[in-house]
Design a protein around this ligand. Structure first.
Ligand code: DOR
Length: 433
């Protein structure tokens, strides 16, 4: 039997070290056994002393830019970045060119993901045709396609029309789908450049008020409850949003939410540098918002971390603040940022990290075979993490085609030692396997 024998690993960072035997893809790609002193003839042995094993990470929010902006990212380069970051599945956002609003485009992205082979790619379908917010896209056809789309989002744009949002929520119930809303009231954010508050007032930049996010989240929670459907809120960024989600969950409504790594670590004070690498949508908020987001993630009000990996070509990012496109790359730094914001602060242990970066996002996206416990018979989707290591982020060393990381030169805790997709190594020692 081929595959891997990971010697002396701590599963979810808990208990005594054990050996973990993963069958290779030709032998089913499952976890064969966990235990002390395992023997596995023919398997490659990896000394995992001191390492933590987590289920492969699942990202609900990745921009792969293909088709249309292959100069910024491709499915090949974006999923390579994902594997190096510890991900075994990503959801590819629909704001491509052409927009992923038909069965044809989502199938194209899904096939490109299969060809690349670095991780599973689940295309997100657009809610409205061309992301224009006027007519519903072919949600059913995308759900029935080979890509089996379950997550629908106009991300980058808000489905601001309440009737369209209601119709989308009603429609996706037929196939147990979910509408992932980019919550941004458009009129309140016209021309917005950064968080509205003391820093924007000082810098003279047009502000993006917290209320523009919170008003849409509150409305959508009410709509989801009214029609009995599933709502997922993308990149929650304010303390008030956490409060509204806490209230909606207390009612038992089917509402889930994500927070990005950058909103867990960085604040709007960075806008004072006028370095567009810190320009992102929703914008970086205040230290009080960061604290509330961390607390919300720790207590489960926010279900998961999603990267909002948003690669941009140099000419779109290295320009003046006002003209630069919003977004940051994030797949290769997500785990390190979460370790700094949540693990080093004692807010989450490694089991909590596995829950928020694998189990829950897989469940929200209805992704089979991902986010599963590391137990015999389960798919061997695994990330091995060195919790004691640190690494300094070098933009030139990223596998992503784009360089717009806000962490250049910053030392982040942990290192991804290996990623396994159904028993096959996709990343090993910081390189593609
Ligand atoms: O900063 C962002 N960039 N936020 C979004 O919602 C879209 C994304 C992008 O596509 O670049």
């Amino acid at each position: 039997m081929s595959g891997w024998l990971l010697r002396g690993v701590r599963v979810l960072g808990q208990g005594d070290p054990v050996d973990l035997h993963l069958a290779g893809p030709e032998d089913g790609g499952t976890v064969v056994a966990l235990g002390a002193g395992l023997e596995a003839t023919g398997a490659r042995v990896l000394d995992a002393d001191g390492l933590v094993a987590l289920p492969g990470l699942v990202d609900l929010h990745t921009h792969l830019r293909e088709p249309g902006r292959e100069d910024a990212e491709t499915v090949e380069t974006g999923t390579a970045a994902a594997a190096l970051g510890g991900f075994t599945a990503v959801h590819a956002m629909a704001n491509t060119d052409p927009v992923a609003d038909t069965a044809g485009v989502v199938e194209q992205v899904w096939r490109l993901g299969q060809q690349a082979g670095h991780c599973d790619v689940h295309p997100v379908g657009a809610v409205t045709v061309g992301l224009a917010g006027e007519r519903l896209a072919e949600l059913g056809a995308m759900a029935d396609s080979a890509a089996r789309v379950r997550v629908f989002s106009d991300d980058g744009h808000c489905v601001s029309d309440a009737v369209l949002m209601r119709r989308a929520l009603e429609y996706v119930k037929a196939f147990d789908g979910v509408v992932a809303q980019h919550a941004q009231e458009p009129r309140l954010t016209e021309g917005a450049q950064m968080n509205e508050g003391a820093v924007s007032a000082r810098l003279g930049l047009t502000g993006w008020p917290a209320a523009a996010e919170e008003a849409v989240i509150a409305r959508d929670c009410l709509l989801a409850a009214h029609v009995g459907s599933r709502l997922h809120v993308c990149h929650v960024s304010t303390a008030g949003s956490v409060e509204i989600l806490r209230w909606a969950k207390s009612k038992g409504w089917q509402v889930t939410a994500e927070v990005t790594p950058h909103h867990l670590l960085l604040t709007d004070v960075l806008a004072a540098t006028y370095d567009p690498v810190y320009k992102v949508n929703p914008p970086l908020r205040t230290a009080a918002d960061v604290a509330a987001l961390r607390e919300g993630l720790a207590d489960g009000t926010i279900d998961c971390v999603a990267t909002d990996h948003a690669p941009h070509a140099l000419e779109d990012k290295e320009t003046e603040w006002g003209a630069a496109l919003p977004g940051m790359v994030g797949l290769e730094t997500a785990l390190g940022v979460v370790a700094e914001a949540m693990v080093e602060t004692g807010l989450l242990d490694w089991a909590g990290v596995a829950d928020r970066l694998s189990t829950r996002p897989a469940r929200i996206g209805r992704v089979g075979g991902q986010g599963r416990p590391l137990a015999a018979g389960e798919p061997a989707n695994v990330v091995l993490v060195d919790p004691a290591a640190r690494r300094t982020v070098d933009p030139a060393g990223l596998a992503s085609r784009s360089r717009n990381t806000p962490y250049a030169g910053r030392s982040l805790p942990t290192r991804v030692v290996a990623t396994f997709l159904r028993g096959r190594a996709t990343a090993l020692d910081g390189a593609l396997a």
